[in-house]
Design a protein around this ligand. Structure first.
Ligand code: HEM
Length: 227
């Protein structure tokens, strides 16, 4: 036997362990969680130190509202990003991002209910239908409740994947209502610059899904014809 060709255990090349992708790193989820908490910590700090400006109530309502809209955009961006980059790990962050969006929506609604309405249920029930922008915002809030309630594994199991997926398509209606809420609110001030930016982002994110779904349907149809 020619031992010269057999590498000794010390010289045998061991396969270099593949590095874990940053999205799969153990610290990645806590990191994203901490980043999502930053706006809350910032607003809380501002409220406690009285540094939210001349109108703290308005700053809190608007500040939380802005983060709901940003959260919706980021959550809606996960699927297109996953498809573009071919990184399925991105899907691991969607639930957390969606729940944080809901968290900021609850804060937004509570800020309004407390600071604008003094937690008076009758005043809230009178005010919401009177102001169309508040009405569409409230509709988005109501539609988000079942999504938040069914975002846990047990609910997904109980509903079944197909029904769960169908229910979570509500997020598209929520995005449109949220945009309408923002548009209506800013229309009073004739200030549409930011609305246009969010409208463009949401149009791209929803448009991507439409294009993807049409393509997938065409491929399935072609395969069925070829069979
Ligand atoms: C998905 C749902 C919602 C989203 C995305 C959202 C988002 C926003 C945004 C982006 C703003 C403007 C912030 C700015 O000017 O920088 C805002 C303002 C506001 N929202 Fe919402 N909102 C939602 C639901 C609600 C609900 C349920 C209510 C209460 C019924 C509400 C009441 C208000 C009020 C009172 C203002 C401030 C109006 C003003 O200062 O004149 N919103 N919201």
């Amino acid at each position: 036997m020619n031992t010269a060709t057999v590498p000794s255990p010390s010289t045998r090349s061991t396969p270099t362990p593949r590095r874990r992708h940053v999205l799969r790193h153990l610290a990645a989820k806590p990191f994203v969680f901490a980043v999502c908490m930053l706006p809350f910590v910032w607003l809380l700090f501002g409220a406690l130190t009285d540094s939210l400006g001349a109108n703290p109530a308005e700053a809190l309502i608007r500040g939380t509202g802005d983060w709901v809209l940003r959260g919706l955009c980021v959550t809606l961006a996960v699927t297109p990003l996953r498809q573009l980059t071919g990184r399925p790990e991105l899907a691991r962050y969607r639930r957390m991002l969606g729940l944080f969006t809901f968290f900021y929506l609850v804060l937004h609604f509570l800020s309004y209910a407390w600071l604008d309405m003094g937690f008076d249920p009758q005043a809230i029930a009178r005010d919401i239908p009177k102001r169309p922008f508040a009405l569409v915002g409230f509709a988005a809030f109501l539609l988000m409740l079942p999504l938040a309630a069914t975002s846990f594994n047990r609910a997904i199991k109980a509903l079944g994947a197909k029904r769960w997926k169908a229910l979570h398509k509500l997020v598209y209606a929520i995005a449109v209502l949220a945009l309408l809420h923002f548009f209506w609110m800013r229309a009073g001030k004739n200030d549409f610059a930011e609305v246009a930016v969010y409208a463009a982002i949401i149009a791209v994110l929803l448009g991507w899904r439409v294009v993807h779904a049409v393509r997938a349907r065409r491929i399935t149809a072609r395969r069925t014809v070829a069979k």
